[in-house]
Design a protein around this ligand. Sequence first.
Ligand SMILES: *Cc1c(COP(=O)(O)O)cnc(C)c1O
Length: 374
Amino acid sequence: MSSILSNAHKHILDLVAYEPGKPVEELAREMGLEPSQIIKLASNENPLGPSPAALQAMRDTLERSHFYPDGGAWALRNAIAEKLDLKRENVILGNGSNEIIEFIGHAFLKPGDEVVTAGHAFAVYNLMAQLFGARTVEVPDPGFTHDLEAMLAAVTPKTRQLFIANPNNPTGTLVGQEAIDRFMERVPEHVLVIFDEAYFEFLDNPPDVLRYVREDRNVVVMRTFSKIQGLANLRIGYGLAPARIAEVLQKTRQPFNANGIAQAGALAGLRDEVHMRRTRELTHDGRNYLEAEFTKMGLTFVPSVANFVLVQVGDGDAVFKALLKRGVIVRAMRSYKLPDWIRVSVGTMEQNRRFIEELELLNKAGLFKTGKTA
Ligand SMILES: *Cc1c(COP(=O)(O)O)cnc(C)c1O
């Protein structure tokens, strides 16, 4: 029987969709719980919410919902450029920074091309490669840290893109300036290097890769308002690239990809240093607390510089499900080839304590074996 689906791209039919963190409302429905009893520590969201200034700006902009947004996003792109000592021409907005990955695919990938990532890289890189029929080459990451030498060695004439998430999700690890500089000295001209800095603002001592944008190298740096700014729901992020590259990416996007409410919230949030500092402090304290409690419980974890921690619990799926039943949403890691780990986002101190209490109950009930190595 001939089917319309036989006309679809095979690489699209083979795609396995991204599995997001479970929304609070969905779990409430499934388990018969009150949404207010549920805590979500599954998607690295900001437990403080958006900045009050961002909320006000978005409320004001709601009144103008009948107008199309500024498709060129002049105000926000200028503000980002000014803050980072770049030019507006270097900045491209995405419907979430994830959309920037798609733009790069549209512009540069064709079937048969290769995309180099770390072994435990953010899932969306592989998804987007598949969308364009490209092949992902995953390079082992000993100690859960990107091995830039090995990634360089994995580059072939077919390589078009190489992703460095810094810090990486789901591992929370960072590669430092020296390793990056050595890598950038040797990476061939036919490879576009993408630095994904979704958690940049959480770092105490961030490496500088914007110098490579200013030096007109083949790089795209991605950042987002989803994490430190607490605007994940709005879907707004950005890419920073040399003008000649940004200009090509601009051609791949829809005219109004970043909505006006998101633009207004992002612009106000960008200026709210107080909210960012509070978020950073809450994250540091919460992460220290979680890591100290894991140590007490004899659990192996990957020391993190981001707003989440990867921790080894034995049967990750079982622990994930048991926590769900108790109204605590974390992330199971089987899809990241880490079936005995879970990833937990840093929440408010109250949420962190509740998570640890539930985890201790599971430990006492013998649900997971502690201190096991991978
Ligand atoms: C959360 C995250 C993003 C951000 O995605 P948005 O589309 O901006 O919400 C990008 N990269 C990594 C590695 C992330 O963890």
